[in-house]
Design a protein around this ligand. Structure first.
Ligand SMILES: CC/C=C(/N=C/c1c(COP(=O)(O)O)cnc(C)c1O)C(=O)O
Length: 382
């Protein structure tokens, strides 16, 4: 396995061949100058890269450290998800696939997959649990406006994990003309390493930007962790440097409660969705206020980072995320996604114990447009 005892490819025989083909294709595009040039042109002219690395002065004064936000909320579509979708979409197109399928929870990955489907002329079907379809309704409209079919998943817990199960079944049935565009650093090999690499544009830019602005590397890098792709995208470039990593999981009602989504802070080792990784304990119901964190597993590379102590993972509960959400709105005029708010909340906790000149980069993985209706009506009773 690439990630110690984690990762691997635990799939039925029908998928083994297509995954090996995908791994071979990925290994060749990694060094294909034409592919990389085509991807970079889309990143710049279509997605709007590079995204800013913004020094949040009022947030820094309030929190007590020097906080930079990596602005993936400004990427086309409103979240980091498009970085991965452009890469996998190009691969699917070059492989002659006619159809894209994907899972979605927050609807950001579904939106990004739909954007790429429209851009590249590929039929697109997005699987989304009923619960998430309801709480991220705006994104369902965006997907349909771009020509995608949003297929409601009513089995199991009607959540993200159930959407993955249905998407995997679709892939097996439509293996010849369909690419399953996995939305995070999860699933069987090659997805965890391929998605990490497509997201590593985030960290590569942040490294250049922080050296230009501060003349040195950051003391810490912080990101929320659902499947773990925006975090690995920021961390990867710094993995051999003296930069501390912190991952904020969806703590839901508390990692010691029976309703959370923090398998790294409080879980066990198991196989799920084709990968050996960490999952929630059996008596825990998967839950987070943030639909994009509401997943019972996590990327295998994070399970390894936790095991070797390369990253510290903390469960951020709903209330902490809502506090940070409001801080950013009022101190910086930036409305973050509920998922990203977990990363800001973790930075708040870290900054309180650090020197004001300590430099912390927080990955602002997405914008909160999808969440404002529910937050205003249900959580803040505005
Ligand atoms: C692939 C399922 C996850 C979704 N979103 C996850 C998400 C996440 C968590 O996903 P990762 O970066 O992969 O941990 C963070 N920030 C935003 C804005 C997100 O939307 C989605 O369906 O949109």
């Amino acid at each position: 396995h690439e990630f110690g005892s984690y990762g691997g490819r635990y799939v039925p025989d029908e998928l083994a061949d297509v995954l090996q083909q995908l791994a071979d294709a990925y290994d060749s595009v990694k060094d294909d100058a034409d592919f990389q040039a085509e991807l970079q042109q889309l990143q710049q002219d279509f997605a709007g890269r590079p995204t800013p690395l913004y020094r949040a002065d009022r947030l820094s004064d309030e929190y007590g450290a020097t906080i930079y936000l990596k602005r993936e909320d400004l990427l086309h579509g409103g979240a980091h998800k498009l970085n991965n979708c452009l890469g996998q979409g190009l691969m699917a197109k070059h492989a002659g696939k006619e159809r894209l399928i994907a899972e979605t929870g927050a609807g950001q990955h579904g939106t990004a997959t739909s954007i790429v489907g429209a851009l590249m002329g590929l039929e697109t079907v997005i699987y989304q649990g009923s619960k998430d379809l309801e709480r991220q309704r705006m994104n369902a409209f965006r997907m349909e406006l771009m020509g995608a079919e949003v297929s409601e998943v009513t089995q199991g817990g009607e959540g993200l994990a159930d959407a993955v199960d249905v998407a995997l079944k679709d892939l097996i049935e439509n293996i010849d003309n369909t690419h399953y565009l996995v939305g995070s650093v999860v699933g069987p090999d090659p997805f965890p390493r391929m998605v990490r690499d497509f997201q590593s544009v985030i960290g590569n830019e942040a490294r250049e930007q922080i050296l230009e602005k501060e003349g040195r590397l950051p003391d810490a890098a912080v990101a929320c962790v659902g499947g773990g792709s925006n975090a690995m995208g920021l961390f990867h470039t710094f993995r051999d440097d003296d930069v501390e990593f912190y991952g904020a999981e969806g703590g839901g009602e508390g990692s010691d409660s029976d309703r959370h989504a923090a398998p790294l802070a409080s879980g066990k080792e198991d196989v799920i969705h084709g990968m050996r990784t960490r999952v929630l304990d059996d008596d825990v119901e998967v839950y987070s206020i943030a639909a994009g964190l509401d997943y019972p597993g996590v990327g295998p590379e994070h399970a390894m980072f936790r095991e070797v102590g390369r990253c510290e993972y903390q469960a951020i509960v709903d209330e902490e995320a809502l506090e940070a959400f409001q801080d950013l709105c009022r101190l910086e005029g930036i409305i973050p996604a509920l998922e990203s708010s977990h990363g800001v909340a973790l930075a708040k906790k870290l900054a309180a114990d650090r020197h004001e000149d300590d430099v912390i980069i927080v990955n602002l993985s997405g914008r909160g447009d999808k969440d404002v209706d529910k937050i205003a009506n249900e959580y803040l009773s505005m």
